[in-house]
Ligand binder design. Sequence first.
Ligand code: NAI
Length: 508
Amino acid sequence: MGFDANRPDLLIGVIGAGAMGRGIAQVAAAGGIRVRLTDAKPGAAQEALKFIDGMLKRAAEKGGMTTEQATAATARIQIVDGPADLTPCQAVIEAIVENPDVKQKLFAELEAIVADDCIIASNTSSLSVTLLANKLKHPGRFAGFHFFNPVPLMRLVEVIDGVLTEPWVGDALMALGRRMTREPVRVKDAPGFLVNQVGRGYSLEASHLVSEGIASFVEVDRVMRDVGGFRMGPFELMDLTALDVTQPASELLYAQFFHEARYRPSLVMRSRLDAGILGRKVKRGFYDYASGQQAVAPEATAPSARPQSVWVSQAEPGGHSALTQLLDKLGAPVEAGAKPSARALIFVTPLGEDTTTCALEQGLDPRRTVAVDTLFPMAKRRTIMTCPITEPAFRDAAHGLLASDGVPVVVAKDSPGFIAQRIIAMIVNIGCSVAQNQTATPADIDKAVTLGLNYPHGPLAFGDRLGPERILKVLNNMQRVYGDQRYRPTLWLSRRARLGVSLLTLDN
Ligand code: NAI
């Protein structure tokens, strides 16, 4: 159709001038687009314009644009009374309350006002784009245009094609997004679209493992920052986004996926939501914020105990080699025999198995067995775990030894996949599911997740770095030990791992 995102006189409408609508109007205006902004609440659009003006002036002060450019951008935004004033717009972006009935009513009203080829787009973060379009006379002109908060700082925008969206509409929104200086990615309608689907892997797997008593939320946050390379741990992140946002979103996504086990929400999070322990905004979440700062208990000091001798299982050759190298550096008395001596501390290095399974299947003494996570670099923090009957003396000796060069050690309870292995395997697997379901291209999945969630790597690149065959092993073992479909590997992952190719590989 005739939409030209680059025409100098392009005019768009933005409905809803809240946190998102004002950000969308700001980046559109900064990209040279004329904007008509409206909000149902009296005075809200005016207040938003004042806010935008302040933001643009601040951007000019910081050197992001000239003062003239900032003034010109503000001048491109016109406040209008309501949808009836949006007739001449070539595209309208809706950013009102997240309620399907209210949105559908607005779209029906809009359709009677705008031209037949005007694009209607929704910034919904959780509703089906296909469903939102189903009362329209021309559902082909409708698409999702999902920005991230705060819009001016978050460059990602997901362009979502519903089942009936005509291809030119998505193409036009991709071009419009670029003109707004965003990084658009093309996504097929799916629960959670792309980014919010992958993002569930992090928070939900972390919640499940804390619920099972494997580690405390503080320990999980420490491991995911120091070992996984994430900027924020899952629990401090949930404190920031607030449980009254995260938990209903998780529950909705799970329902939309017809109870797919990978997205199963956490009962403990639901209880915390019911109790009102929401996060930073109420000064109490996983952490306490009464002082205005996140209160974090100091790390426990490592025990001074050391083992008489150490034996390392060779069942995982990669883990054996990584751990023996570290033990050599620490000057540990490592035994060379095929079996541990009668008093040796026994180390196993499982991928997705728990300590109990390793000890029993390898015929090792579980009272002396401690598992070490060797899938990740061990330079900044190390994770070990015990089985229910590992003797405290052996646990402390393992802890003391592995912390003897000053690197902190987290001691977890028995867990298939420790902490980082299972959380990252879950993220990789969900990323692979997004690819398998054709929701987005592998390259766009990684791009969107690094831009939208600030993860150190996209899910597919993360899997490639750690080794797809190792991720496959983690998941297969987790599924076997738990007996839970939640951990079953996607075919996208298992095929590429078995074929020995990158997870970014497209089908020929
Ligand atoms: P908000 O509550 O800050 O702003 C919504 C605005 O819409 C309010 O100013 C309200 O007065 C106005 N409004 C409500 N009903 C209206 C109607 N019928 N007509 C015109 N104006 C109406 O909400 P926020 O956070 O800006 O969210 C807006 C949309 O963006 C929702 O669909 C939300 O799911 C989505 N979204 C939100 C994100 C976030 O992090 N806050 C991220 C991505 C998408």
